[in-house]
Design a binder for this molecule. Structure first.
Ligand SMILES: *Cc1c(COP(=O)(O)O)cnc(C)c1O
Length: 349
């Protein structure tokens, strides 16, 4: 008899973040500045046909809008049900069950989950900037996952380091996934390098800066040979009609709404850094719409629970490798960050 469930699923549990409603939710890095207005307009104008008809099979309008926005060829773009959907398709396309997915730790927690969901073996690697990047590829993993700016540390990977890594990856044939979920809040990205590479794939999402997490839209940019395989493992009808139309409208919008959001996030991020430092904390520098604050020996779950009692949610990171117990705080608007600071003062007094 075939065993049930499959071997790799025995230790796997459902994702269970704390999503109880709270006044000031700074726990999941989604937008606290509303949804992109061009997307909202599409949703308000929805017709019955948007519900009765199937969406386009491979989200062709969205691919086109992404290609135009990033000035890359159409066959360098794939799309998915959030960038989570693309992680899943990329893992499936690049590796056989049993093969390894290497990643720098700490990083996005879903990587391990998606590796296991596909019967692959997650291989966390601790590494410093000074280390030779090709060491990451020592065991010849099927795939290497990187995240820059990294969730949850906020760290931006340096360009020369990525370039050295890519040379090694290309000679081994290893696919490198670079998750740029937060690149909108940093300066610079690797999109053009990816499109010209043979092995680099960039993942992007509409869930953060665009404020569209509820729609589940993500996209990938990379060399056509890799994109073609991702499209196969992605499968048809992954994005709803309204999701695609709203994402296209947001990408095509020229009213600079996004620029305003990004500037405000960057400004408030710097202000929060200074406020925290002024109180004696040592927050990590961040290129994302969040800041990681090491708690200097305090237990992160207790601090998080105490903040919640005061109406503020953050994400706890117990015993984070190389950092210790920490909380991650999303960069909400000024009044929400002030609420957080007051609450933090009170619970850590
Ligand atoms: C939030 C986040 C995403 C976005 O995932 P979606 O499925 O597009 O909502 C992807 N990668 C990282 C590192 C994230 O933090």
């Amino acid at each position: 008899m075939t065993p049930f469930p499959r071997e790799a699923y025995r230790g796997l549990t459902r994702y269970a973040p704390d999503r109880r409603p709270v006044e000031v939710d700074l726990s999941d890095n989604t937008s606290r500045r509303g949804a992109h207005p061009a997307a909202v307009k599409i949703m308000q104008g929805a017709s019955a046909e948007d519900l009765t008809r199937y969406p386009s099979v491979y989200s062709e309008q969205l691919r086109l809008a992404v290609a135009e926005t990033f000035e890359v060829p159409l066959d360098s773009v794939s799309t998915g049900c959030g960038s989570d959907g693309l992680l899943d398709s990329a893992f499936r396309a690049a590796g056989e069950p049993g093969e390894e997915i290497a990643f720098l730790t700490p990083t996005f927690s879903m990587v391990e989950t998606f590796a296991r969901m596909n019967g692959m073996t997650p291989r966390p690697v601790r590494q410093t900037d000074e280390d030779d990047p090709s060491a990451l590829l020592a065991e010849a993993p099927a795939l290497l996952y990187l995240c820059s700016p990294n969730n949850p540390t906020g760290k931006i990977l340096q360009k020369p380091w990525i370039e050295r890594l890519l040379v090694a990856a290309e000679s081994l044939g290893t696919i490198v996934l670079l998750d740029e979920a937060y690149a909108d809040f940093a300066d610079g990205d690797f999109v053009q390098e990816a499109v010209r590479s043979t092995r680099l794939l960039i993942l992007r999402t509409m869930s953060k800066a665009y404020g569209l997490a509820g729609l589940r839209v993500g996209f990938a940019l990379g060399p056509p040979d890799v994109i073609r395989e991702i499209e196969k493992s992605r499968g048809p009808y992954q994005i709803s009609r309204l999701g695609e139309a709203a994402a296209v409208a947001a990408l095509r919008d020229e009213e600079q709404w996004l620029d305003g959001v990004i500037q405000e996030v960057k400004h408030e991020r710097e202000r929060l850094q200074e406020e925290l430092k002024g109180r004696g904390w040592r927050p990590l520098p961040s290129g994302g719409n969040f800041i990681l604050v090491p708690l200097e020996g305090r237990p992160s779950r207790e601090v998080t629970a105490a903040l919640r009692v005061k109406g503020v949610a953050v994400r706890p990171f117990p015993a984070l490798p190389g950092v210790g117990d920490s909380i991650r705080v999303s960069i909400g608007p000024r009044n929400e960050l002030d609420r957080f600071l007051v609450a933090l003062d009170e619970v850590t007094a």
